[in-house]
Design a protein around this ligand. Structure first.
Ligand code: BGC
Length: 729
């Protein structure tokens, strides 16, 4: 029996069985006061094989607007389905579907609705790669709180984020979606995002369940192409690709997504080692894994499975609980069980994990969401202020020759380039339900900041192509101005999924526009909006100043103009290396040491990048004290930084560890800690690093065992170095 709907029904029942009898009739899984595990077991015991299998399937609801993820709109969705990717921007369609699940099915199990809220739902924050450059996990966490709120109010309880694939090849379009090239940075921002999305309890009706993706190693895609295999040794898996996921699991991430890549012969979606041995057994994750879109079927394309049935078996037995969109589980799990190839106990374990999340989210008690209008759900002032701050802190001042920035008040500005008046492209890839009309253009931002009469706009050229007809107007604008603010970069479709580029250089037409304008002789400040590191070797000499603004999201030109005027002070630092040319890839900062330190460089290029990891200028000036050890147990290091300028400025201090000799060779240096602080003009701030020797000085071997060897270690922060000695036991 499910519910007693009519009043007469209730009275008749009461007369027959009394109060206690009625209570006994409410099945335990419907009793909110009972522990989740008890409810899960009760429900599981009532389910048929078919009902169980359907819980492990995900499909889409609504018209799919993602060009990489095409599937037919299914109007015959079974209401017993476990999860749906929701393509609507209001809760109405979702509630209608949920009503079917609650009222037209035997057990009334709510559907779990999912979506890609990656860097915002309607209020769009900067792309994650930019967020990492803020070195401000507190702000990132707060952005995820706002993103969760807009998502949940629309009826979606589960996001496919954060993406924590360490990525070191800027050609890979998905580098935009993660937190850059460093392991520790990805781990810290991952945990911050999970806290922001999920809060302290999943029962919070303004939070959503997180999904760590893409598990694991997708960022190592060969040559930066998408969907291709990866070559990852067990050692590299443990020291580079797994740590951000482990940090997310420790932060309580409810789910993970298995990735598209083949990991040196075993595709991630059929990888029992990563999915079961590590995730479920070692890390004791009690949530579930969803495959990436069609990733189970893709085991056939990858040459691991002969057909869909085998693909279903391999993925399921490896530890993927939910099948995203390809219906391999729906079509084959039943026969696999009948044939004894999948044990019923395994099926129960998978279903248990899915139900657990639904109970934890409170979906059985609150299956529907109030149908509020957009203005009550989206773009609230707190969210917009936060979007401004995070965008401002994400920008990185790459170059500031002759202190061209901040611009002198009252100066005449020519704002030129394909991005100067763009809205959509400032949103970046995976921009949820973000709308171009909400975005402030760079041009509008400058007008508001400096006064419209000071600013003249000319487009100059398109993003690519060979149309130079806008050049004369751009040159004329430059002639009249005192400074050229040149806005170059990428369309938002040039990064993200299935959007790799063979070169990090901007298209020739954009470089030609810059060259043409440089001949006018006015100083050029280059604003770059892009989702990957760029090849700047030809543009850099033409510009006095370069500000990397990434894809800032809804805030767009507002904070950027504040940085140009000096109302705000740049504080971002690169979370990814900018090579001089594409041919230098891979050139991430934490490679292992060379056999010959002074040899082996390319004959035609210096061995250094254009802008290293951690690079970023400020309008303030900082003086760094010595690193001092202030306590032995715990081992605490401190460094005092003084702002010697007359401007307030924030400093992000990055603390690195080097281990000169180890039984497993290690990267030249590894980021282990970072902290950002505002330092008022003339003031000092003391930064602190509490070193946990095993965690921060130790390393991991190819089985995942962490070890610490005695000997010398070097700690580096800013320009300073400090020697630590770990004695023999
Ligand atoms: C992407 C995932 C995304 C999923 C659902 C896939 O193609 O790789 O990142 O979450 O689609 O949209």
């Amino acid at each position: 029996m499910r519910t007693c709907r009519s009043k007469t029904g209730i009275w008749t029942l009461l007369l027959t069985v009394g109060w206690s009898g009625l209570r006994a009739e409410v099945p335990p899984y419907r009793q909110a006061s009972l522990p989740v595990e008890e409810r899960v077991e009760d429900l599981l015991a009532r389910m048929t094989l078919q009902e169980k299998i359907l819980q492990l399937n995900q499909y889409t609801l609504g018209r799919n607007d993602n060009p990489n993820d095409r599937n037919a709109v299914n109007t015959q969705l079974p209401p017993e389905i476990g999860s749906l990717i929701y393509m609507g921007s209001g809760p109405e369609m979702r509630n209608r579907m949920q009503r079917r699940a609650m009222e037209e099915t035997r057990l009334g199990i709510p559907i779990l609705f999912a979506y890609n809220t990656v860097h915002g739902f309607r209020t769009i924050f900067p792309i994650p790669l930019a967020q990492a450059c803020s070195w401000n996990p507190r702000l990132v966490e707060a952005a995820c709180v706002e993103a969760a709120r807009e998502t949940r109010l629309t009826g979606i309880e589960w996001t496919f984020a954060p993406m924590v694939d360490v990525a070191r090849d800027g050609r890979w379009g998905r580098i935009a979606e993660g937190f850059g090239e460093d392991v520790h940075a990805n781990a810290v921002f991952c945990a911050a995002a999970v806290r922001g999305f999920q809060g302290t309890t999943l029962a919070d009706t303004l939070r959503i369940a997180a999904c760590l993706k893409h598990y694991v190693g997708y960022g190592a895609s060969l040559g930066g192409r998408d969907y291709v295999p990866t070559e990852i040794s067990r050692q590299t898996l443990w020291d580079t690709y797994l740590p951000p996921f482990e940090a997310g699991v420790r932060a309580g991430a409810a789910t993970l997504m298995s990735s598209f890549n083949d990991i040196s012969g075993t595709p991630a979606t059929a990888n029992g080692y990563t999915l079961t041995e590590i995730l479920k057994k070692r890390w004791k994750h009690d949530g579930f894994v969803v495959s990436d879109w069609d990733a189970i079927l893709q085991l056939v394309h990858q040459g691991r499975a002969a057909g869909r049935r085998e693909a279903a078996r391999l993925a399921f037995l490896a530890g993927v609980e939910m099948d995203m969109t390809d219906n391999c589980y729906r079509d084959h799990l039943g026969e696999l069980i009948a044939a004894g190839e999948v044990e019923p106990g395994r099926l129960d374990d998978a279903v248990r994990r899915v139900l657990r999340l639904k109970f934890r989210l409170g979906l059985f008690e609150r299956p529907y969401v109030p149908e509020r209008p957009e203005k009550e759900r989206f773009l609230r002032p707190e969210a917009l202020t936060l979007a401004d701050s995070l965008a401002a802190e994400s920008c990185v001042l790459l170059k500031n020759e002759t202190r061209i920035l901040p611009l002198a008040p009252g100066c005449r500005i020519a704002v030129i380039g394909p991005l100067a008046d763009a809205r959509e492209h400032l949103l970046g890839s995976w921009c949820g339900r973000g709308e171009a009309r909400d975005v402030t253009t760079l041009y509008d931002g400058l007008c508001a900041e400096f006064g419209a009469e000071q600013v003249r706009y000319a487009r100059g050229c398109d993003f690519n192509g060979d149309d130079r007809s806008g050049f004369p107007e751009a040159v004329a604008a430059a002639r009249e101005a005192q400074v050229v603010v040149l806005c170059l970069g990428e369309r938002r479709q040039w990064t993200g999924e299935n959007a790799s580029r063979a070169t990090l250089a901007l298209p020739p037409i954009q470089e030609e526009l810059a060259r043409t304008l440089s001949e006018v002789g006015k100083p050029i400040v280059l604003l770059l909006s892009n989702g990957r590191p760029l090849e700047l070797c030809r543009l850099e000499p033409l510009c006095a100043g370069i500000l990397e603004i990434w894809q800032p999201g809804t805030a767009g030109g507002k904070p950027v103009a504040g940085l140009l005027s000096g109302r705000l002070n740049p504080s971002g630092r690169l979370a990814v290396t900018f090579p001089r040319t594409t041919g230098q890839i891979p050139i991430y900062y934490n490679q292992r040491r060379k056999a010959r330190p002074d040899q082996g460089a390319y004959l035609d290029l210096p061995d250094t990048p254009m802008y290293p990891f951690g690079h970023g200028l400020s309008y303030a000036e900082f003086r760094y004290g010595e690193i001092r050890q202030v306590s032995v147990e715990p081992l605490v290091l401190e460094l005092t930084v003084t702002n010697t300028s007359s401007r307030d400025g924030a400093e992000s201090l990055l603390w690195y560890v080097s281990d000169p000799v180890c039984s497993i060779t290690r990267p030249v240096r590894e980021l282990k800690h970072f902290e950002k602080r505002l330092i008022r003009a003339g003031d000092s701030e003391t930064f602190r690093f509490e070193v946990d020797p095993l965690r921060d000085l130790g390393f991991v071997d190819e089985t995942g065992r962490r070890f610490l060897e005695p000997g010398e270690y070097w700690i580096q922060a800013g320009p300073q170095k400090f020697r630590l000695l770990i004695p023999e036991e």
